[in-house]
Design a protein around this ligand. Structure first.
Ligand code: PXG
Length: 464
């Protein structure tokens, strides 16, 4: 068998990758022709590729490496736990110390009434758990007709059949028989793109009241829950107008439906508090967690469940669980990650120091002629690209054409900044320093300049 190491030439690694590795959310033939970028190492906020190039990772991997790359303590925690107890399950009346300790710590960190954790291996699995849990809750409450879950278009809740159905990505729904029955979608609170002549405040109320209308249309007796990300992440970092969430909370309360806050991106300091629900003053019955829970060092997700729901679910046998629910190594790493976030004051620093600094610099991108709006909460932000700021115009080309061109310039300038359609998004490691923030903004500005020139050269600088 061939030894495959970092020392092979990049082209050889790329050829092997294209021949045998099927990539998520990719067009394999395109990737094979172009060659994937091979990442070989990382430290802090910086990635290194197989050509020795250093790249500022303003996406924290996939929104998850909150404490940054290269933390020895996390490697140690994993090694220690692997030696002591590499695996045991939490089925059949057994438990182990890492799962106990992590659950107790999460109950301390989560808002008051959320004290119970059901583990999964990922955010997708956790949302599958949630779908079954809220339906089981209402069945056990003697209201078995309350089965429908309402979500939002353009939401991302995962890629399994259940969680992908909960999500509102039409491109995903077009493949493989999604959405499954019993899931309904309402519009997202994206004022810049969809607000028309309404003020942001009016628009926020209009979008929130779509939830009320949808519940009325379906009948309150048929609706189990509403699921939403506090700040929509993969949908383009969409921050709702201030009027939106208080109205949504009123509706959930009055209509007696459960609220699931998907904190997979917003959790663990991303918004400047432990959870996005705290930043936005939400009252979830269940929170979905993953990503920043372990800073991505181990695959782990879960649901933090309220006393109210846990009591009802706990009275019956919940026929659900995964081999890796509460995996001891993942739990040990997550616990150590939470210690680092806490003891090093990382969450507080995002809220009080580096977050406000990033906000000021990031909002400065509004001075660029191609940027129509800049939105940022803690350390997740987005800018809308436009050929005409005053009109909040979109480009005439297919959504994503211009965004992709700017992203290519970011790549060339050693900055990982993604595009979602024609919005550019960032979500850097929470440990990013002020001077690294300066570098991020400089590279972003340069990429916008170059991207704008490329768009004009291609004859695409027209409003649609
Ligand atoms: N909920 C939210 C809010 C997410 O962002 C999931 C659930 C699913 O988690 P897992 O661990 O199953 O991936 C996510 C994941 C992107 C991108 O392109 C975002 C995610 C995953 C993959 C790509 O921004 N978010």
């Amino acid at each position: 068998m061939q030894q495959i190491t970092n020392h092979l030439p990049t082209a050889e690694l790329q050829a092997l990758d294209a021949a045998h590795h099927m990539h998520p959310f990719s067009t394999q033939s395109e990737l094979a022709a172009k060659g994937a970028r091979v990442i070989t190492g990382a430290s802090g906020v910086t990635l290194r590729d197989s050509e020795g190039v250093e790249i500022l990772d303003a996406m924290a991997g996939l929104w998850c490496v909150n404490v940054g790359y290269g933390r020895e303590e996390l490697a140690e925690a994993a090694a220690r736990q692997m030696r002591e107890l590499p695996y045991y399950n939490t089925f059949f009346m057994t438990t182990h110390v890492p799962a106990i300790a992590l659950s107790a710590r999460l109950a301390e960190l989560a808002p008051g009434h959320l004290n119970h954790v059901f583990y999964a291996g990922s955010g997708s699995e956790a949302n599958d758990t949630n779908l079954r849990m809220v339906r089981t809750y209402w069945a056990e409450m003697g209201k078995p007709s309350k089965q429908i879950v309402i979500s939002r278009w353009n939401a991302y809740h995962g890629s399994s059949v259940g969680s992908g159905s909960l999500g509102g990505m039409k491109g995903m729904h077009a493949q493989g028989g999604m959405p499954i029955p019993g899931i309904e979608h309402i519009d997202q609170p994206n004022w810049w793109a969809e607000g028309g002549d309404m003020s942001p405040e009016e628009f926020g109320l209009e979008r929130a009241r779509q939830l009320e209308k949808k519940i009325d249309e379906l009948g309150e007796d048929n609706v189990a829950a509403f699921i939403a990300e506090p700040v929509q992440g993969a949908g383009g970092v969409i921050v709702a107008p201030d009027t939106y969430w208080p109205e949504v909370m009123r509706i959930c309360r009055e209509r007696d439906i459960l609220f699931i806050a998907d904190e997979v991106i917003c959790g663990f300091g991303r918004t400047g508090q432990w959870f996005g629900s705290q930043t936005l003053d939400l009252a979830p019955d269940i929170m979905t967690i993953a990503k920043g829970l372990s800073s991505g060092y181990q695959p782990i997700g879960g649901s933090i469940v309220s006393d109210k729901v846990a009591e009802v679910i706990g009275a019956t046998e919940f026929n659900h669980g995964y081999t890796y629910s509460g995996h001891p190594v993942a739990c040990a790493v997550a616990l150590e990650n939470l210690r680092i976030l806490d003891e090093e004051g990382i969450v507080t620093r995002v809220r009080e120091d580096t977050g406000p600094y990033l906000k000021e610099k990031f909002e400065g991108l509004m001075d660029h002629p191609m940027v129509g709006e800049a939105k940022i909460v803690g350390m997740m932000g987005s800018i809308a690209l436009t050929p005409d700021k005053a009109a909040r115009a979109r480009f005439a080309s297919d959504a994503g054409t211009v965004g992709y061109m700017v992203r290519e310039r970011c790549f060339a300038n050693n900055l990982i900044m993604r595009h979602v359609g024609d919005r550019m998004i960032i979500s850097p490691p929470l440990v990013i320093s002020k001077s690294e923030i300066d570098t991020l903004i400089e590279r972003a500005w340069q990429s916008l300049d170059e991207g704008m020139a490329a768009v004009k050269d291609a004859g695409l600088w027209t409003a649609g």
